[in-house]
Design a protein around this ligand. Structure first.
Ligand SMILES: [Fe+2]
Ligand SMILES: [Fe+2]
Length: 418
């Protein structure tokens, strides 16, 4: 028995999303034509909403715990109604934004398998966008007497968003090379997994029912990212790849801070839990995420060591990784710069706790000081230019960071995560 049922949305929005796809993602046809060659055992892609099952009929968390979940958006009152809309809007924006990002460098994929995987990821993100449209479209109660038609307004806005307009910073950064596709699938899709996991408890039932099928697709995105990251790291180690370990490290240094910021302010998230939208606050989820990213990178390092030292077991390789990274010394020919690491949570943060955001922390989490005071913005910018990719320094997102750091224009306070 299937774990979900399927639905389509009203023709107006179905057609609007198909038109969006033709404009933003015409390569989808190639995936459809070649699906059976690469994914023979799996059901071909279809643009539709998948309605999964609830893990319980009642609300699990927050002030309404124990009560039945809301079937209609209109039953949610005041702030709750609008903050549910904000989460759905942010979710949909990430799905559509990532397609626009992946497409920029799709043709640079080093192998056909990598290209097909990115095409599949993009298609599934389109389905996730479609799923969020379903949440807004199938429930007439998003339109309340005396209120504007929130669902209609939100979907129209989403359809016009370009890179630069998306809700979360991470989805406004253009990709420059295929390393971005791979790192993004590894560390940014992983934030998506945390959000979807947390939202399984969503007190508004249609949102909760959407999470299971989206999560299983997300598994492919994250798995592809991890597999390809290993391949690229091995390529770097054997000098046969397009990217060096330093290139990969710089990519991680640019993307991981953006992933951390997607959780919202470390101290926030209590309201989402009180409304029964999520099961964890931002800080808890963010630190679990950081821990998982470290594990993922450690597994890549294990493969690097196994490439450098023939016939070594994985546990022995892991011990070497830890020894090299703990001592900073070369062990059996493996030097610290041969391995990848996860920058500290405080590094290169534009948003977050006051003592972290826009403060000059290095990749290891040390505050950079001069005469007992944090170094100047100019000095920190000079440092950043040595640890993040050159092309990233030219993006509009980095320009905004630079402006904020120089004190010309602070980022908007308040909510910025999802
Ligand atoms: Fe997604
Ligand atoms: Fe994804």
């Amino acid at each position: 028995m299937a774990a979900y049922t399927t639905e389509t949305i009203t023709p107006k929005y179905h057609e609007a999303l198909v038109a969006w796809q033709k404009k933003n993602f015409p390569e989808m046809k190639f995936l459809e034509d070649n699906w059976s060659k690469y994914y023979a055992s799996q059901t071909p892609f279809q643009l539709m909403a998948k309605i999964g099952k609830l893990n319980s009929e009642v609300i699990n968390y927050g002030r309404m715990a124990g009560q039945p979940r809301f079937e209609n958006a209109g039953e949610m009152v005041g702030n709750m109604f609008y903050s549910a809309r904000d989460i759905i809007r942010a979710q949909a924006s990430t799905e559509l934004g990532s397609i626009q990002q992946h497409r920029l460098t799709l043709e640079e994929a080093p192998t056909d398998q990598m290209k097909m995987a990115v095409l599949r990821i993009m298609s599934e993100e389109l389905r996730h966008g479609y799923q969020m449209f379903w949440v807004l479209d199938h429930d007439q109660s998003w339109k309340k007497p005396g209120h504007p038609d929130i669902a209609h307004e939100t979907m129209e806005e989403l359809l016009t968003m370009e890179l630069g307009d998306h809700v979360l910073d991470a989805f406004n950064i253009p990709f420059t090379n295929f390393l971005d596709n791979v790192i993004f699938a590894t560390v940014i899709d992983l934030v998506g997994k945390y959000q979807l996991e947390m939202q399984k408890v969503f007190s508004y039932a249609p949102m909760a029912r959407s999470m299971g099928p989206m999560l299983s697709e997300e598994g492919f995105h994250i798995g592809s990212g991890r597999g390809f990251l290993k391949e690229l790291a091995i390529g770097a180690t054997t000098d046969s790849g397009r990217y060096s370990i330093n290139d990969i490290q710089k990519g991680l240094n640019a993307w991981i801070p953006r992933g951390l910021e997607m959780f919202g302010n470390e101290r926030g998230g209590a309201t989402a839990v009180a409304f029964g939208f999520k099961d964890r606050d931002n800080g808890t989820a963010q630190s679990e995420y950081h821990g998982e990213v470290r594990e993922v990178i450690e597994l890549v390092n294990v493969e690097i060591v196994r490439t450098k030292i023939k016939d070594i077991t994985a546990p022995d390789a892991r011990s070497i990784v830890r020894e090299v990274q703990d001592t900073g010394e070369t062990v059996r020919g493996v030097a610290p710069q041969d391995l990848l690491f996860v920058p500290d949570v405080k590094f290169f943060r534009k948003r977050g706790l006051e003592d972290i955001a826009l403060m000059p922390y290095d990749v290891y989490g040390n505050l950079m000081t001069e005469d007992g005071k944090p170094v100047s913005a100019e000095k920190y910018l000079a440092y950043l230019s040595t640890v993040i990719p050159d092309y990233y320094l030219k993006t509009h997102e980095f320009e905004k960071y630079r402006e904020a750091l120089l004190g010309h224009q602070a980022p908007k306070p308040g909510s910025y995560g999802w």
